[in-house]
Design a protein around this ligand. Structure first.
Ligand code: ATP
Length: 247
């Protein structure tokens, strides 16, 4: 189980608006080719941790004030989000954020902005449709008229258009029926197995996340309070008592 770490977060502190200390020394490791779940309740700091990795804190008036983040051993805190996409790290934000007035296919194509090779873009689109047959069926539909599940798939599909090595997925289950959550996670697992894509997924839905992840970290009030193999977390009595059945 000793896969090399792709991303490592080392003791980061994050402060919003110069005063609000939200992450109080968070460390975690995301091995190449794995699915890692970041768990915990509302406001625990999951989104902030993802934003720190993909460098999306600035827009939120947040900053990393201590610690560091590495991608294959190289510091990445000073890279722009666009630079990170070029290096293969892309975030799917909470709430899906599809462009409502664009079709599913147009939405997907906005994800290929870092590439210019038309053949490559077409091949990528086919690959996305392969994993998400629902999106192919809905390719000419305006996103606004598709279901929540389809919009979540669209958001993930758009991220995949940049051919990422690592996808940061923020709360993919939010607002979706359990059956659709299962469908989305199943595709994530499929991508992970067949393409080797690494995932860091923030979830309040502990049950579902641990069913598909390899490893999990549990956050509370800006700290990691527990971590372990997904299987052993799912069987842990404290986890069962405090987190399972939540979300
Ligand atoms: P959720 O599931 O609600 O997204 P989370 O675990 O992802 O929860 P965060 O969104 O990271 O948690 O929020 C952690 C804490 O940081 C919360 O107390 C939140 O109010 C605060 N926070 C988040 N974003 C900002 C911001 N832009 N400015 C100030 N405080 C913020």
């Amino acid at each position: 189980t000793a896969a090399a770490p792709l991303v490592e977060v080392n003791g980061i502190e994050v402060i919003y608006n110069h005063v609000i200390l939200v992450l109080k020394g968070v460390s975690l490791s995301v091995p190449q080719g794995r699915i890692v779940a970041l768990l915990g309740g509302n406001g625990a700091g999951k989104t902030t941790t993802l934003r720190a990795i993909s460098n999306l804190l600035k827009g939120e008036r947040g900053e990393v004030t201590k610690g560091g983040i590495t991608l294959e051993g190289q510091r990445i805190e000073n890279l722009s989000p666009a630079e990170l996409v070029k290096r293969g790290v892309v975030q799917v934000m909470e709430g899906r954020h599809c462009f409502a007035h664009l079709t599913i296919e147009e939405n997907l194509l906005t994800g290929s902005y870092t590439r210019s090779d038309r053949g490559e873009i077409a091949a990528n689109l086919e690959k996305v449709y392969n994993y998400f047959p629902r999106l192919k069926t809905r390719r000419t539909s305006q996103a606004a008229y598709t279901s929540g599940g389809e919009q979540q798939m669209c958001a993930i599909g758009r991220a995949l258009m940049s051919n990422p090595r690592m996808v940061l997925l923020d709360e993919p289950s939010m607002g979706l029926a359990p059956q659709i959550v299962d469908e989305v996670f199943h595709i994530v697992k499929d991508l992970n197995t067949k393409e080797g894509t690494t995932f860091l997924l923030a979830e309040q839905n502990t049950n579902m996340a641990l069913k598909y992840a390899d490893y999990g970290y549990i956050m509370e009030s800006g700290r990691i309070v527990m971590d372990g193999e997904a299987q052993s977390l799912a069987n842990n009595e404290d986890v069962k008592e405090f987190y399972l059945g939540v979300g």
